[in-house]
Design a protein around this ligand. Structure first.
Ligand code: WT7
Length: 649
């Protein structure tokens, strides 16, 4: 890590919504007077159907954690993202869609967006969807994904987007967990010149769901699909038939807006629940200030709407601000490694927000791919998803940013709703690898994991917690509030526990050091080791499995699986492949183990607990420093594992 500081360029400061002095002043007020600060922001940034009189009503006190913002106010997210812009920007592009095929793109104005969303909302209503119902989306990166999200918001239905890379099983689990009434999918999802058969996956998933679940299908590629009469509905055809007028539903600020499933250290993925008022305020405000978005800018976040980044920073934040938001269906390396930069040039992108894993992949392809494009429209670069290693940061800065653009390294989580720690480009100097300083209203605490006490000195190292509620934070785990309390508010009482380790330096800058729990960050996507383990042991030949993360050049972390076979089953290369494919089928391609090692035995304590610390060291090739293994029930398994390391793939 490097402590070199990069001051913002004069032109960045001149343009910025917030300068250094304003940041300090606003931050101080946001902590001293949160009700005044957030009340003012909520009135200025959002249109309310019914004004709120109460700003904040929140406690992290165990076990009665309860978070409410603007609780007696009413608004509608879709009205804020679409309708209210019609008076001033009806003909401005709202969504700039770039297809997987570089020859195809589309511009959807706010007027067109309004019409599409209203029609989609009427189709949903026609299928019996009412306020509070859950609707699952399993879609490619096409405008219909945004229409569907906004249509749900318009009528008060709760959407749950499932990343199109997830398997039918994972989709079925999510449909069932929230007892969704309806699934919206597409025939196929094109990516990188290949097509994923989404509808076929949906058909398979629906075999495991209630037969009352309807399936709306977007005919996107026109690819052949099977059709179940009475269940499947051609959305585009229906949209053409229904009215283009659909009133907005009045929603309480605390009514749920969406559920998004995310992996944790134990059990099945959790349905993170975000609500209406606080979430939208946080998404809109961070989008404007962190990316320094100004009217007329073209903003591009390369994430997928299947992740929270796509929710907050492709759809809700930008559209609440009346922005032009670019939505990209493809991948960074198709047709070649210049795609991102060609798209920036073609659409004159001003803000570009991507993930370290993409930067590392493109870095390896050579600078000529970047130089092939005119990037003079760019004003800001962003990073999200995992700690950005200084090499990638410096390359991003030099090759893409030409050493003139600010880089905002934004730290946050699905649970957070929006960015919590990041530079504001005109206010905070950056250091490669540091997310820098907290956003307004965010009070981080570095906590000693042993004592559970906050470390009060400026320089500190420990686990990252939050002391107080912010408007965009999640309110519960769907259907399981106890799990919300026990996962996030129990280890360190009185705090929200992020699961990340961190260091705070002498300047009060935060450096995220990665997860301290059994969660792996693969290419910026969160994967619970327990989830991969339970997929593996579901295979008839697997007796036991233990999964850990290990450093991976491109992905940040890779998935390393230790597998013990049932007595009588023999290791083989075919079986290794079979198990990898099995996990891919059970969860999705992102969960596929990168390395799989046969383990005749796993290192366990006498009480039967697997000692992952040892497995991590072996995976990292650091078996010289295993530490104390004397508490193992059978220390000789360690020798076997080290010996077997050679036999992994
Ligand atoms: C985990 C959250 C919401 C962003 C997309 C991922 C890691 C995320 C950073 C960053 C260091 C980061 C953390 C966090 N993370 N951004 N800028 N620097 N680490 O959302 O799937 O909920 O994962 O991603 O470990 O806990 P997510």
């Amino acid at each position: 890590m490097t402590d070199k500081t990069y001051e913002p360029a004069a032109e960045t400061v001149a343009r910025a919504h917030v300068n250094a002095a304003q940041y300090e002043e606003m931050y101080a007020r946001s902590i001293k007077d949160p009700d005044g600060f957030w009340g003012d922001e909520a009135r200025a940034r959002l249109d309310w159907i019914k004004p709120f009189t109460k700003v904040r009503n929140a406690t992290f006190a165990h076990p009665d954690v309860s978070i409410r913002w603007f609780e007696d106010g009413a608004l509608n997210v879709c009205a804020n993202c679409v309708d209210r812009h019609l008076a001033t920007r009806a003909d401005q592009t709202a969504i700039l869609w770039e297809s997987d095929d570089p020859a195809v793109d589309a511009k959807i104005t706010y007027r067109q967006l309004h019409e599409k969303v209203c029609r989609m909302a009427n189709v949903l209503k026609g299928q019996g969807v009412v306020k509070g119902d859950r609707v699952v989306l399993y879609l490619p990166m096409i405008p219909e994904a945004a229409y569907a999200m906004l249509a749900c918001a318009r009528i008060g239905a709760i959407h749950s987007v499932v990343f199109a890379g997830f398997s039918p099983d994972a989709l079925a689990n999510r449909i069932n967990d929230s007892a969704a009434k309806l699934l919206i999918t597409a025939d196929e999802a094109p990516r990188g010149g290949r097509r994923t058969a989404l509808k076929a996956n949906a058909d398979e998933a629906l075999l495991h769901c209630s037969d009352k679940v309807k399936c709306l299908v977007v005919k996107h590629t026109g690819g052949q699909t099977t059709w179940v009469d009475g269940r499947d509905v051609d959305v585009k055809a229906e949209m053409a038939k229904v009215s283009a007028d659909c009133p907005v539903e009045e929603m309480n600020a605390e009514d749920p807006l969406f559920i998004l499933y995310t992996s944790g250290s134990t059990g099945r993925p959790k349905g993170v629940v975000h609500t209406t008022g606080g979430y939208l305020l946080h998404a809109a405000m961070t989008h404007q200030l962190v990316f320094d978005y100004h009217d007329g800018d073209v903003y591009w976040c390369t994430a997928d709407v299947g992740w929270v980044t796509g929710h907050s920073y492709i759809v809700y934040g930008p559209l609440a601000n009346g922005a032009t938001t670019l939505m990209f269906e493809g991948v960074p390396t198709y047709p070649d490694a210049s795609r991102f930069w060609r798209v920036c040039e073609k659409h004159k992108v001003n803000q570009f927000y991507t993930a370290p894993t993409a930067i590392r992949a493109l870095m390896g392809q050579g600078e000529e791919f970047v130089e092939a494009a005119d990037l003079s429209s760019l004003r800001l670069l962003g990073s999200v998803g995992e700690p950005i290693n200084p090499e990638a940061w410096l390359w991003y800065n030099r090759v893409v940013g030409k050493e003139r653009l600010p880089i905002v390294d934004t730290w946050w989580q699905t649970e957070n709703g929006g960015i919590l720690i990041s530079a504001l480009p005109g206010a905070i100097a950056t250091k490669p690898g540091s997310a820098t300083r907290p956003f307004f209203g965010v009070e981080p605490a570095v906590v000693d994991p042993q004592t559970g006490k906050e470390i009060e000195t400026v320089e500190a190292e420990g686990v990252l917690c939050m002391k107080n509620a912010w408007p965009g934070m999640f309110r519960t785990v769907y259907g399981d509030h106890d799990r919300y309390v026990s996962t996030y508010f129990s280890d360190f009482k009185g705090y929200y526990f992020s699961g990340d380790g961190c260091r705070r330096d002498q300047d009060g800058y935060y450096w995220i050091t990665g997860r301290v729990d059994d969660v792996i960050n693969v290419s910026g996507h969160r994967m619970g080791t327990a989830e991969v383990e339970s997929a593996l042991v579901a295979h008839p030949k697997v007796a036991e499995a233990a999964v850990v993360g290990y450093p991976h050049d491109l992905k940040g972390q890779g998935i390393y699986a230790y597998v013990t076979l049932m007595a009588g089953d023999e290791p083989s290369d075919e079986l290794r492949k079979e198990l990898s494919d099995w996990v891919r089928k059970e969860i999705g391609p992102i969960a596929k183990p990168d390395l799989l090692q046969w383990a005749p035995g796993l290192p366990k304590t006498r009480s039967g607990k697997i000692m992952r610390r040892i497995l991590r060291k072996i995976a990292e090739n650091e078996h010289e420093s295993l530490g104390d293994i004397s508490t193992l029930a059978d220390p000789s398994v360690v020798e076997d594992l080290i010996e077997n390391r050679k036999n992994r793939d």
